[in-house]
Design a protein around this ligand. Sequence first.
Ligand SMILES: C[S@@+](CC[C@H](N)C(=O)[O-])C[C@H]1O[C@@H](n2cnc3c(N)ncnc32)[C@H](O)[C@@H]1O
Length: 393
Amino acid sequence: MTKIKNIDDCYNASHDEASRQGYVSLMRKFIMNDISKLMRQDYDKEVKPDFFSKETRFPSSGEEVRQSIEKTEIYKFWSSLRYNAQEMVWESVRKGVEREIPNLISIYNNALKDKSRLATLELNSDLAMPDYVALRDVHLMPGCWQNEYTKDDLSQGAMYAHGGSVFRGSFMPSKKRSGVASSVSKWLSIRYPDFNPTNILEPGCTIGNNLFPYLEIYPNATLNGVDLAAPCLRYAFSRAVEKGIKANFYQQNAEQMSFENDSFDLIVSSFFFHELSVDATKKVIKECYRVLAPGGILVNMELPSSSQVDPYYNFYLDWDNEHNNEPHYRDFRSQDFQQLLNISGFDFNNCFNVTIPDIGGSSAKYFSDVALGKTEPPKHGNYTSWCLFGAIK
Ligand SMILES: C[S@@+](CC[C@H](N)C(=O)[O-])C[C@H]1O[C@@H](n2cnc3c(N)ncnc32)[C@H](O)[C@@H]1O
């Protein structure tokens, strides 16, 4: 039997499963690169001129692009393949995760017995789930973030860990991408060299993928993760125990957190706000303002707002709104992020909205020049650059 080293290794794909996962990653790459390019060519050659001949102008919003492109064969082909590939991502790892449920639980139960108490976990089984996670399987992941099938279940955390690798495999065939947290923390260290946070919070932390890397730049900080989903928090906590780091995980709704005012000097989030209702995003940002210490920084990695990109890219990004169980996507992106921060208490002059390159996919000089505003930032793109909005309190 294979020796299990840690919770992330608690997964053994069979030959056929590994081959299926490789296939799904490559199929996604084919859809998102090759077929997307053909669809764009068809749009420029046929759909856009056709729109112009009827309206004497070009489509001015993502919605107008969507309505005109939806009738084309290439769009139908691309969209249905993309939807099926998304389901296949989860399906390709589900059985392997289910097989490991007893082992996952046993690793977690051992982590609970850890004597160092460097990592902590506070669960609240009475926490009410808001509709935006309770009513649907976000990202088409069966069971969403929070569903539990047995006592001490971690399987949704494991689904996200392993399904995420299949999903990202299509964008990251080489090791040349470092991801959000490594990029953002490096950007912070260049942009604000005297800033040295000691207490970092991530609302919507899931399994800590984009929380743990902050220790590379701020090794003395304590990490804190808040999430609604117990299975993901158990997984994140088990990882923290294995790493022997100071990290606290809380099952809470980020709309109303239990922390004292001014508790954290850095609050980060990634891939989080677009899944919340617009009303909830406002409440969470207000809470972030409340629990952030004066002089502290809030930095959120998100999709670009619709005003930052052209109508075609808006259509392309907002596909998830109708087809990926993410019905708040478009409304979230249509907000003015700086105004969102401003109505939550942040001074307008202390807000930022920038795009940075991925630290692993760019030269150190280019990365630093972008951070210092010496050169043009990159365009937003799949895992090659990150849009950030945030503020200093
Ligand atoms: C897309 S995932 C975030 C991914 C994670 N930040 C990362 O970078 O890997 C969204 C997470 O937000 C959590 N979530 C959604 N609404 C929340 C809320 N109101 N309070 C706390 N967590 C929430 C979900 O349970 C889920 O784990």
